[in-house]
Design a protein around this ligand. Structure first.
Ligand SMILES: Nc1nc2c(ncn2[C@@H]2O[C@H](COP(=O)(O)OP(=O)(O)OP(=O)(O)O)[C@@H](O)[C@H]2O)c(=O)[nH]1
Ligand SMILES: [Mg+2]
Length: 234
């Protein structure tokens, strides 16, 4: 099985320099970065590390996912999506392949299952984690009953086969893309497997996910998927 690694980056110059040397390059068959029009030194740093850059014209993570699959579809069988901002542990990258080779069509690094660590676990107030739990349970109760519950439906750190991506045809924008892919995976009863990960702290740079606006978009997406039912694509 050919597995590619797609780095999704927008203005992460501070983290990139630390994270890129830690990538286990030998464990993947293709490595590239979808850059969302960074205005900092990201592109130079990526080039210094010999990483191919695929340009992204319109903004948002949904668009970045679609560009990554378009670029890689005839080169690999599955793509690992990776954010280089310090949240995701590069030493997890080799863990995806054996699970894919075992037949999973989506593999998620979960910050929510037993043995995992969420960046908010160090505090008592965990608004993002609680919102995540709410969205996870709502989707499972609506579409997932009878299937193994996905504990971290919104995490970006995951591998998806090209076949599943095409079946689900996700059109979500921005930060809703992961939730939409996870919901549609339930709808099509796809084989999703998770493993526990440790979420790190952001290494500089700025968050691009505004909590309230993102939460509202998640609610809208949930409603849209509910109205859509189980049509094809799901
Ligand atoms: N290619 C591309 N990458 C993006 C875009 N928007 C965000 N990203 C990247 O996606 C990753 C996740 O975005 P973040 O802003 O860190 O969102 P988050 O992880 O929910 O928030 P933090 O807790 O602040 O880390 C980062 O590596 C960003 O650089 C975009 O429009 N295009
Ligand atoms: Mg982040």
């Amino acid at each position: 099985m050919r597995v590619g690694l797609a780095i999704l980056n927008r203005n992460e110059e501070e983290a990139l320099g630390q994270i890129l040397p830690m990538l286990p390059r030998d464990s993947v068959d293709l490595l590239f970065c979808v850059d969302g029009n960074s205005t900092d030194r990201s592109v130079q740093i990526l080039a210094e590390h010999n990483i191919q850059i695929v340009a992204q014209q319109s903004p948002g993570r949904g668009e970045a996912f679609r560009i990554a699959f378009e670029f890689a579809r005839d080169k690999v069988d599955a793509l690992i999506l990776f954010s280089p901002d310090g949240n995701e542990d590069p030493s997890d990258i080799p863990r995806f392949r054996p699970i894919l080779e075992d037949g999973a069509v989506m593999v998620i690094a979960s910050r929510m299952m037993p043995g995992a660590f969420n960046e908010e676990d160090a505090h008592w107030f965990r608004p993002r984690k609680w919102a995540n739990l709410l969205f996870d349970w709502a989707a499972w109760l609506t579409w997932g009953r009878g299937q193994t519950r996905i504990t971290d439906m919104i995490n970006g750190y995951r591998a998806i086969t090209v076949g599943l991506w095409d079946d689900l045809a996700p059109d979500g924008s921005g930060f809703t893309i992961e939730y939409q892919v996870s919901i549609r995976a339930y709808k099509s009863r796809a084989r999703v497997v998770e493993f526990p990960t440790r979420e790190g702290q952001r290494l500089g740079g700025k968050s691009q996910a505004k909590a309230l606006a993102t939460g509202t978009r998640f609610l809208r997406l949930y409603w849209r998927e509910l109205r859509r039912g189980r049509s094809s694509p799901p």
